[in-house]
Design a protein around this ligand. Sequence first.
Ligand SMILES: Cc1cc2nc3c(=O)[nH]c(=O)nc-3n(C[C@H](O)[C@H](O)[C@H](O)COP(=O)(O)O)c2cc1C
Length: 195
Amino acid sequence: MKNKGGSLARRVLIINGSTRENGNTDAILSSFIRGVSASGLAVRNAMLRNLVIHNCIGCCQCLREKTCHFQDDMSDLRDAITKSDILVFASPIYWCEITGLLKTFIDRLYFFHHKENNHLIAGKKAVIITTLGEKDTDYEAQVLVEFYKRCMRSLGIDILDMLFFAELMDQDAITSKPEYLKQAFDAGKHLVDSL
Ligand SMILES: Cc1cc2nc3c(=O)[nH]c(=O)nc-3n(C[C@H](O)[C@H](O)[C@H](O)COP(=O)(O)O)c2cc1C
């Protein structure tokens, strides 16, 4: 995909780990994507709930042979990761952490720990988007923040920003928080400034 100047557009890959269709995370990401698109970046929204991604079985074939045991939708996502400049990890908080969907995806990033695969992901930038039901973000997200920092450091990914959207318990809670949608749009639109 080329931009108006004829050069290849920089790419943003969103990994959406929400289990709930048309919930708060989906709504926030829709605004974020509109912002990203308005800035001229190419953007793809990978909805993990619609994909087949097996649980890592710890066979460590990726570390020995630099290939994964499974042939599933992760193959396409690994390719998309290598072609992207910015990765957006998005999830509601489930029990102090990300959803199982996103955790399964991140487990499968072990592939990039092989020394000959690491350069495919190291040096990329990440944005973390988190929705949650409770009000006290510092308390609710404490474990999740540490988890993301360690995972990204281990993969060589630079975290640009962490965005939190609190008090979104019910599926339609976002309707009473229009300021969140504006915040998400603006964050998406200004992502280009970090490249
Ligand atoms: C299994 C489960 C666990 C949850 N755990 C937490 C939690 O620990 N802290 C919190 O603030 N909200 C928690 N929530 C609330 C969700 O983070 C919140 O409803 C979020 O907006 C859901 O996003 P969605 O609308 O995209 O599904 C939990 C929800 C579920 C279903």
